[in-house]
Design a protein around this ligand. Structure first.
Ligand SMILES: [Zn+2]
Length: 496
């Protein structure tokens, strides 16, 4: 995964092809919660639904030819005589959609109710999805294999719509924003942080995206902005190593010898008791059942909403704490060394997953990176296999093993004894000195852990199928069940 991804994504999201911020500007987002009235909420939902409809139209329009070609092939039609592929680029999709929307019964009656930006959102997302799929298939796209774009369900799709043209404005009263077709919507919070920059000409709005998240409507402005961020408080040559963990959320060790422990707030764990109680209540009431078409009772809806509120609050608290932590690290240090943790791998370990997800390691690393770009700081990513915990930060000796429960690092070669995480953070800080520019992945030049064998599966998932309570009815063995397609077992029994 490339380190400096943020810049590219931001340009893409700005909706401007090949957009580069002017010299001295950076691209940044400002997000505000909205308080739409009933009519406006309807408009917001309509726009997001229109975006989904356009997306689905594009997916069906393109994939229809795939099936058509397959059918023709089955009749033995020569390859060059098959129905030609349909284009998947945004301009082509837009052109085709604009021809169809007047006549197609799916759109003719109502497409004019929404801003054209709503349909553009859906078509742009579809074009991106096809692009991702093609690139993934060709092997030029990093990350997991991407599947063929599929239609979005009305029940599950995230409500979202982006505006790149038209009237997009933050009103001078700092309590309203204006969006195309939707008009002037009151904001839940004060918009002064953005409005005052627009007023002084140090910021320019590129696009606005409305989303519905955690029961709230939010607007996110993509802004080109001059950041007059103060220089990091410490000397530029002071490097800090950040060791992320579950016991302490982060341990910071800088090259001056200062060690800071950031406690893990564990918001989710703190709310677990309440969530258990509320979930129990939900499960005792009459919930929805799509199979039988049963609708939820009012009491179920009420209990469900109450449970969701707790989840939302946990997320909000976590987001807030992570932003404060990463901003503070960036305000203090110009050069930060973080580990390139295999977060996805840790999340597939069922003993660790809850705590890892609650801590938000991936988010911390991402925020440290992009906030560093804002202030012109350097982020060094330590190689995934760099043995930061197993190396002695005094003499550099590498230990063979250091199980997670051993919290104190005692060196075998020298008398050094130190807290495990502090030792790791000191090693990370020292790593920056070994890297010249600091844009690449560090650590792979130096000593590796003695046994990288299976190291990518240190947090391995259960390979054997779990014993299921109550025996195996019908005497089916796990292998047989796999063949009959029990998805749970397929997953567990597949050798990885
Ligand atoms: Zn030592």
């Amino acid at each position: 995964m490339p380190v400096w991804r943020a810049g590219r994504c931001q340009r893409e999201r700005a909706g401007v092809k090949g957009f580069e911020p002017r010299a001295g500007f950076v691209v940044q987002a400002y997000r505000f919660a909205l308080d739409p009235n009933v009519g406006q909420e309807q408009g917001l939902r309509s726009h997001c639904g229109a975006a989904r409809a356009a997306y689905n139209w594009a997916v069906s329009w393109v994939t229809a030819v795939w099936w058509q070609r397959r059918a023709e092939q089955s009749y033995g039609i020569a390859d060059e005589k098959l129905t030609p592929w349909r284009p998947t680029s945004l301009p082509a999709l837009r052109k085709a959609f604009n021809e169809v929307k007047h006549t197609d019964a799916r759109f003719a009656a109502w497409w004019a109710d929404n801003s054209k930006e709503a349909y553009s959102t859906g078509l742009a997302n579809a074009a991106a999805a096809f692009d991702n799929y093609t690139k993934s298939k060709q092997g030029v796209r990093a990350g997991r294999p991407m599947g063929r774009p599929r239609r979005k369900s009305k029940r599950r799709a995230r409500l979202s719509c982006r505006f790149t043209t038209g009237t997009i404005r933050v009103e001078t009263d700092r309590r309203h924003v204006t969006l195309p077709r939707l008009g002037t919507i009151r904001t839940h919070e004060n918009t002064r942080k953005l409005q005052r920059r627009i007023a002084t000409g140090t910021a320019r709005i590129l696009s606005a995206t409305v989303t519905h998240q955690r029961g709230r409507w939010l607007v996110s402005f993509q802004v080109e902005i001059i950041r007059d961020a103060p220089r990091p408080a410490r000397q530029p040559d002071t490097v800090v190593g950040v060791d992320l963990g579950v016991k302490h959320l982060a341990v910071l060790a800088d090259t001056t010898g200062k060690i800071t422990y950031v406690p893990n707030p564990a918001h989710y764990d703190a709310a677990l008791g309440r969530l258990r109680r509320l979930s129990r209540r939900v499960s005792r009431r009459r919930g929805p059942d799509r199979r039988t078409g049963r609708t939820p009772s009012r009491r179920w809806l009420k209990a469900d909403a109450e449970r969701n509120r707790v989840h939302h609050r946990v997320t909000n608290l976590r987001t807030d704490a992570l932003h404060k932590l990463t901003t503070q690290i960036r305000a203090e240090y110009a050069t930060v060394v973080v580990e390139d943790l295999n977060v996805a791998g840790m999340l597939s370990n069922r003993r660790l997953a809850r705590k890892v997800a609650d801590a938000g390691f991936g988010t911390i690393r991402r925020q440290i990176e992009y906030k560093g770009q804002w202030v012109g700081g350097v982020t060094v990513k330590a190689d995934r296999w760099y043995p930061s915990s197993k190396t002695c930060s005094e003499c550099g000796a590498v230990r063979d093993k250091l199980p997670l429960h051993v919290r104190v690092f005692a060196c075998e070669q020298c008398p050094m004894v130190m807290d495990r995480d502090a030792n790791a953070a000191r090693n990370l800080a020292a790593l920056a000195a070994a890297v010249k520019a600091g844009t690449g992945v560090a650590g792979d030049q130096d000593a590796k852990a003695s046994k990288p064998r299976r190291a990518d599966r240190q947090t391995r998932t259960t390979t054997r199928p779990r014993k299921r309570p109550g025996g195996r009815a019908g005497g089916a063995t796990p292998r047989q069940r796999t063949e009959t397609g029990d998805p749970r077992l397929t997953e567990a029994a597949t050798p990885r």
